[in-house]
Design a protein around this ligand. Structure first.
Ligand code: URA
Length: 243
């Protein structure tokens, strides 16, 4: 494989930026400066460094999605021994970790990797990658409240960026449990990752979220992956997320 292709597929930088870095002597192969972008390398054996940081061998990189159920913490280990998302990932190397987080009670699409460049790319605020959620809320927000939601709302961690929100349906709940006896379902798209952002945005317009599920990150949808299950991403899915 060509050196520049190998590095670019790791997501560390664009193909053009990788070529420039190689020409400028910012890349080493097995400790030796290598100035030729097309330099042939063995993707499994060679030790490649990009600006002093190791580029993980392709064969050892792991990318997967989990359909997280409610009730699992997004952390690698909990000191109090509560269930964590790692409990759902059996037979996988210990090197993987979650990309971002979902609250304890939030369900849906959570990515895992051991590729730091991939994780950084997805989490970097400047990339503004859309995350889509389904939210079930108590009561039916007014159009005016939804406009506030769209324009950005002040929550404890600051003002949120404009968000997209669409009401999908309203169900009458036949119990006194819910305000107004109704549960409204929304599709919400945000690109920031403030703590408990969707819940706090609804709270700010006076509605409590009773269920929250992430169904999409950028180009990647959760599809019909069963709850509690995981699957590996395809090379095309990985490449699209990094595009
Ligand atoms: N917004 C939330 O409120 N919770 C999540 O887990 C993710 C986004």
């Amino acid at each position: 494989m060509r050196l520049e292709k190998y590095i670019a597929t790791s997501g560390i930088a664009s193909r053009r930026a990788v070529k420039r870095a190689i020409r400028e002597g910012r890349v080493t192969v097995n400790g030796t400066d290598t100035f030729i972008p097309g330099h042939p390398i063995d993707a499994e054996k060679d030790f490649i460094e990009f600006e002093g940081k190791r580029v993980e061998p392709l064969t050892e990189r792991i990318y997967l999605m989990l359909n997280k159920p409610a009730g699992y913490l997004t952390t690698r280990r909990d000191e109090r021994g509560r269930p964590t998302v790692m409990d759902l990932l059996t037979d996988l190397p210990k090197s993987i970790y979650p990309v971002g987080r979902l609250d304890l009670e939030t369900e849906g699409l959570l990515l895992f990797t051991n590729d730091g460049n991939f994780a950084n790319h997805l989490m970097h605020p400047s990339h503004e990658i859309d995350k889509t959620y389904l939210a079930w809320v108590e009561g039916v927000p007014s159009q005016r409240a939804l406009e506030r939601f769209r324009n950005g709302i002040a929550i404890s961690s600051g003002k949120t960026a404009p968000a997209k929100i669409k009401q999908l349906n309203v169900k009458t709940a036949n119990s006194k449990k819910y305000k107004n006896g109704a549960v409204a379902k929304f599709r919400v798209i945000i690109h920031e990752g403030k703590k408990r952002q969707v819940r706090l945005m609804f709270k700010a317009i006076g509605h409590r979220v009773i269920r929250l599920k992430r169904i999409r990150i950028g180009t990647l949808g959760l599809g019909n992956l069963p709850q509690g299950q995981y699957r590996f991403l395809t090379p095309t899915e990985i490449a699209k997320l990094l595009a």
